[in-house]
Design a protein around this ligand. Structure first.
Ligand SMILES: [Fe+2]
Length: 338
């Protein structure tokens, strides 16, 4: 038994239903780039990126396996392609319903959090090309009153790791599923915490994992690690598009930057669901009757930082305080050698 329980599905679907997910991915057609580089909100920590915690750690470690590379290459490695297939319980593409309402995911979500009322929040696809990898991180959690729409993502992550706001946290379960075999691109995660050993899940057809990814550090190892891949200079705004007949291309406007065969890519679909203890808790979340404010959040953290001896005199200015919060509360697993 690990510190954080997780559930493995092998297989997740019938063969026909798994095939339908691959066809759905093709039918969706085009995938925009998801970048961790966008600026944080104006409220605090000016100039920090949304995931300043993960970016700092990744740059410090020099990538997933500590091979020192220029920042521009590391950025191209980690800016992958992503689009939504469902939002809330609303499908955004026909055919996603068996995944969105997968009974096995719902049951597993109840199991890992010990909470009865499971409500799907989002389904999205992630596509990566050879040479890409995903920096170690925990996902952005959500609290009643403090969420990623209004507040910087690194702050929400630090709130989870601080353990100070658990009464307001909405536990989320994340299912990740794969519908092809892949060279490299293992899902690496730490179910025993940052000090425990990593577990590597090989990307294999029709398998899935359900994990509390808001609490468990995870990342994606390099796709096609053995090949001397010429990673194109991927930039936000580019698109990965299905060209038919098992072919994909990265496009910069009308120009094709690179093309790939299906089997060269890494494709996963993520499912996230809120896990409520009961209907009353779900209603408090919906009607905002027990919300936390940003002011209360920061006051609690500053008080805690004083009790830990990190702050002794005046409260530091916003940016310094932000960096202190990241440094104090978010303790990453140590780098793993190649
Ligand atoms: Fe994640």
């Amino acid at each position: 038994m690990t510190l954080h329980e997780y559930v493995l599905f092998d297989p997740l679907f019938s063969y026909a239903d798994a095939e339908a997910m691959v066809r759905l991915c093709e039918r969706f057609g085009g995938y925009g780039m998801y970048s961790a580089e966008n600026e944080g909100g104006p409220e605090m920590g000016e100039g920090l990126t949304q995931r300043h915690d993960a970016v700092l750690n990744y740059l410090r470690a020099g990538g997933m396996h500590g091979a020192g590379e220029p920042v521009s290459v590391l950025a191209a490695r980690t800016n992958y392609f992503r689009e939504e297939y469902a939002y809330g319980t609303r499908p955004l593409i026909e055919g996603i319903e068996p995944f969105l309402f997968h009974e096995g995911f719902v049951e597993a979500a109840r199991q890992i959090h010990g909470r009865r009322v499971i409500e799907p929040a989002i389904v999205f696809a992630n596509l990566m090309v050879p040479g890409q990898e995903l920096a170690l991180h925990t996902d952005v959690p959500e609290f009643r009153g403090v969420n990623r729409k209004m507040h910087p993502q690194w702050l929400l992550v630090a709130m989870r790791h601080s353990g100070l706001f658990e009464d307001w946290r909405m536990p989320i379960a994340t299912g990740v599923a794969w519908f092809h075999d892949c060279d490299g691109g293992e899902f690496a995660f730490y179910p025993d915490g940052a000090d425990g050993p990593p577990v590597y899940h090989k990307v294999a057809y029709n398998t899935a994992l359900l994990v509390d990814t808001d609490s468990v550090f995870h990342g994606v190892d390099r796709v096609a690690p053995g090949d001397a891949v010429d990673l194109p200079a991927l930039k936000p705004g580019m698109q990965l598009a299905f060209d038919g007949d098992g072919r994909w291309s990265v496009r910069d406007g009308d120009r094709a930057v690179a093309d790939y065969r299906w089997e060269e890519l890494r494709f996963s679909i993520s499912w996230k669901a809120y896990c409520f203890a009961d209907e009353a808790e779900r209603d408090a979340w919906r009607t905002h009757t027990d919300d936390l404010s940003l002011e209360e959040t920061l006051a609690t953290m500053v008080e805690d930082l004083r009790s830990r001896g990190r702050i002794t005199g005046d409260t530091p200015p916003s940016r310094d305080l932000a960096l202190m919060i990241i440094d104090e509360y978010i303790r990453f697993p140590p780098p793993v050698a190649a």
